[in-house]
Design a binder for this molecule. Structure first.
Ligand code: BV8
Ligand code: ZN
Length: 269
């Protein structure tokens, strides 16, 4: 079901509102669908233009880098440009308003933390401060050899270019690589343990815009459910997680999240 086929405005599930009314700690786990309405293609989307012929899972891997690092660097520069041209959508902008809306309804302080699989910076540009990036960031290149943080030599090219030699490291004679977690690579220890802690401590986990295909991120909702947390999903279509959560709310990030804030505010009366 595409986003356009979703009823608008959707009815916010009463069970979700009730769970949030009692919540002291809400954690939101997001995937590529969170940025879809900002025009950033999800991994499931067919890549377009120059990149249509390539498999993202191959480019986002050590093997892809070994085969052709100039092509991999060019792909990430194309994605960096896409994200720079994108704007946070109404879903990104609604998340920072959730803590206040739940707090006013419940009468107690509420903490909202984000765990994202996305490598874009739209949550931060949308006003969220507490964001755990499980899979790194397009904006933090690091040296392939010494591992130090690197700097881009300039803005990404305006047109999609097939090959761009990665910049040199300033500290050693290595080259920079994208600051993301490739398939087959372990997640940053601090990010994963922080995500596990957040899911262990939360009352409600809201999963937005992920197919639930990629591990270990897809384990987090199952862990939350097994630990007695309320787990809800926002996704216009069913995902690998839909049968594992308490309720799948069939809507999109940019429609559902603002509706959720409005419904919480209306409850305050
Ligand atoms: C690891 C950064 C071990 C890079 C990403 C076989 C061989 C090799 C590995 C494996 C294997 N089997 C399993 C694995 C493990 C593998 C994995 O899970 N593979 C999957 C494909 C089966 N995982 C790994 O390799 C991980 N590492 O296991 O390491 C290890 C441990 C210790 C030491 C050494 C090694 C690393 C995984 C991280 C990979 N990097 N990103 C980059 O971006 O270039 S993952 C990348 O794909 C994204 O970050 C994202 O996480 C993922 C795509 O998933 P989604 O975010 O869910 O996006 P998707 O497109 O799938 O779905 C979008 C959803 O949104 C859909 O449901 C759609 O309906 C919905 N949607 C659409 N529009 C909207 C919407 N929702 C709301 N609103 C809308 N408008
Ligand atoms: Zn270096």
């Amino acid at each position: 079901m595409t986003a356009s086929a979703v009823p608008n405005p959707p009815v916010v599930p009463a069970a979700l509102l009730n769970a949030l009314r009692q919540a002291h700690r809400l954690v939101i786990l997001t995937g590529a669908g969170m940025s879809a309405e900002s025009g950033v293609p999800t991994f499931r989307d067919a890549m377009h233009g120059l990149w249509e012929q390539f498999d993202p899972a191959e480019l986002a891997s050590q093997e892809g880098w070994d085969v052709d690092r100039d092509r991999v660097w060019a792909w990430y520069e194309w994605r960096r440009r896409l994200v720079q041209l994108a704007r946070p959508n109404a879903g990104h902008l609604a998340i920072p308003r959730l803590a206040k809306a739940i707090g006013e309804l419940s009468g107690h302080d509420v903490k909202v933390d984000l765990i994202t699989q996305n490598v874009d910076d739209l949550h931060e540009r949308g006003g969220s401060r507490r964001v755990v990036h499980l899979h790194g960031s397009l904006f933090e290149p690091r040296c392939y050899l010494c591992g130090r943080q690197g700097q881009f030599t300039g803005p990404p090219p305006v047109e999609a270019v097939e090959k761009i030699p990665p910049p040199k490291c300033k500290h050693c004679n290595g080259v920079l690589r994208p600051g993301v977690v490739w398939f087959g690579e372990g997640l940053p220890d601090h990010a994963w343990s922080h995500a596990e802690q957040l899911v262990t401590d939360c009352d409600v986990l809201l999963v937005v815009g992920t197919s639930g295909v990629v591990y270990p991120a897809a384990r987090l909702p199952v862990m939350a459910r097994a630990n007695g947390k309320w787990v809800y999903e926002i996704n216009p279509t069913r995902s690998e997680l839909s049968d594992k959560v308490h309720l799948h709310w069939q809507t999109t990030a940019a429609i559902g999240l603002p509706e959720l804030v409005t419904a919480l505010q209306l409850q305050v009366g």
